[in-house]
Design a protein around this ligand. Structure first.
Ligand code: ZN
Length: 506
């Protein structure tokens, strides 16, 4: 640290770095819980994590932070808002003010309800019993309203909750972009449904031995730029990526020997998250200039490697011969084009996490619209399953046979994560717009992928997306990098360009 900097700034940074160390310990415990921990250790682990969470919360709301920030408010450091020091002050002030506006009692009640909510939801889902989940969902919605009111908002309560996941984004703007996407996507998906052409996905359901999948997936992750010297890949039930330190990024996946895409595209997806974490500036670890800007931007990185890269024909021109070597019995008589079509199947379905690249966005839109209605009191919790099923019929033309495959399928609402869903669709939209810009800047990306070169794209992403950290909010980052605000055109064009020829659409 530069000794000439004001003492208040140095102390603020020091305090924040130490909080980041506590948080990384908490994340390490969380990673272990979801990968290696024996089941009987669960209750002691909960004690460890609750204690740490309490310590972290106390540090984050320490009145001393308020004093340092006050001292720095008029300093020259704060004046240049987009410099690294200016970003530290601006972002820590935002976070501090937001946290201290929440009454302690509400924070504790929300934390308790999140744990209870997940337990009740798990049981309700298992037994396909929405009625047993409805009371706790009502309570959750009520507390989330209180949370929004305590934090404050510009237009609607949803703004306040969205801010937890996509800082400084507005409900109105997200609503506008997603509605425009829906207008074009619903007819495109219908056209695909009417096409005479359909891939043979049986070839993905043959036997793919787990060991070979692991080696093949790991090699691909390394090839696109995930650094295994600074990270790992392990197995879990619900895959995730966790950044545990500046040189410790953990990917996880799960293997299905009878369905190739599960592990492989899961690995590319999580590696995309991991490459973002590894691309952040290490010197700023734990401080806003070295941290992810939003969940939507994080998701754009995973989606780009998974979809724009991993589901492209060029990627498989290079990788398919390697796949044939890795799975010789399975793929011997399969052609590249058959394989490429199969991994790009588009078909409306009931389950979000199994949805394809195109229909996925409609699953998100449904949740985004419903959670707003719940929060603003337009939609009673008891009517939610009916509203859910109607929207699935209207947007995707499918009807859930039960609530387990309908409204009870996701964990988010049960844990109080309202305002989270749109970040998935934002990720797809950001990814498309960034990818179009990278393609324009770097020349022909297809040609590079076809010869196994992914480093130019990774470096472009690191330079343009990863290294700015939180120096600009997501919306501004998109404009700076691509020259225009976020819209749905790039995603739509890319989907049309790929799916049009495959499905012979006019
Ligand atoms: Zn993701």
């Amino acid at each position: 640290m530069d000794e000439s900097l004001p003492a208040a700034y140095q102390q603020l940074c020091q305090h924040q770095r130490e909080t980041a160390i506590f948080s990384s310990v908490e994340h390490l415990l969380g990673w272990d819980e979801r990968t290696l921990m024996p089941p009987a250790a669960a209750s002691y682990r909960a004690e460890q994590m609750t204690l740490l969470a309490g310590m972290i919360h106390r540090r984050q709301t320490d009145p001393q932070i308020g004093q340092w920030l006050e001292e720095l408010a008029d300093s020259p450091l704060a004046a240049d808002r987009q410099s690294d020091a200016g970003t530290v002050i601006r972002q820590l002030k935002r976070q501090y003010e937001k946290r201290t506006r929440l009454p302690q009692a509400l924070v504790e009640e929300l934390a308790k309800l999140a744990i209870e909510g997940q337990q009740v939801w798990q049981q309700a889902r298992q037994e396909d019993d929405y009625a047993s989940f409805a009371p706790i969902l009502k309570k959750t919605i009520e507390l989330k309203r209180q949370q929004a009111d305590a934090i404050g908002f510009a237009d609607c309560r949803y703004d306040a909750l969205l801010d937890d996941f996509e800082p400084q984004e507005s409900t109105a703007n997200v609503g506008r972009v997603l509605a425009a996407l829906r207008e074009d996507l619903v007819p495109l998906i219908r056209q695909i449904g009417d096409s005479r052409r359909a891939p043979d996905i049986e070839l993905l359901q043959r036997r793919y031995p787990m060991d070979a999948q692991q080696a093949f997936g790991r090699a691909a992750a390394a090839r696109i730029g995930f650094d295994f010297h600074r990270g790992r890949l392990d197995t879990t039930v619900h895959p995730f990526c966790s950044g545990l330190g500046p040189n410790d990024t953990r990917l996880t996946t799960r293997y299905d020997e009878r369905f190739f895409p599960t592990a492989f595209f899961g690995i590319l997806h999580e590696a995309g998250h991991g490459i973002y974490d590894q691309g952040l500036r290490q010197l700023w670890y734990g401080l806003p200039p070295g941290q992810e800007v939003s969940l939507g931007i994080h998701e754009s990185q995973s989606r780009m490697w998974e979809n724009q890269v991993g589901r492209s024909r060029a990627f498989w021109q290079f990788h398919f011969p390697l796949a044939q070597e890795a799975f010789p019995d399975t793929l011997a008589k399969v052609t590249l084009d058959e394989f490429y079509f199969a991994i790009n199947l588009v078909r409306p379905s009931l389950i979000r996490v199994e949805a394809d690249e195109a229909t996925y966005n409609l699953h998100i839109l449904i949740r985004f619209e419903l959670e707003q209605a719940l929060l603003e009191d337009d939609l009673p919790v008891d009517d939610l399953p009916t509203a859910w099923n109607e929207k699935y019929q209207a947007y995707l033309g499918v009807q859930p046979p039960n609530d387990r495959e309908g409204v009870l399928q996701d964990i988010h609402w049960s844990s109080g994560a309202i305002g989270y869903f749109p970040t998935y669709a934002l990720g797809n939209l950001y990814a498309a717009q960034f990818f179009a810009q990278a393609d324009a800047d770097l020349g022909d990306l297809k040609q590079q992928f076809a010869s196994g070169q992914f480093e130019p794209l990774r470096q472009w992403l690191q330079r343009n997306i990863h290294q700015p950290g939180q120096c600009y909010p997501a919306a501004e980052l998109v404009e700076r990098v691509t020259g225009r605000p976020l819209d749905h055109q790039c995603l739509l064009q890319q989907l049309r360009a790929k799916l049009g020829p495959l499905y012979e659409l006019d």
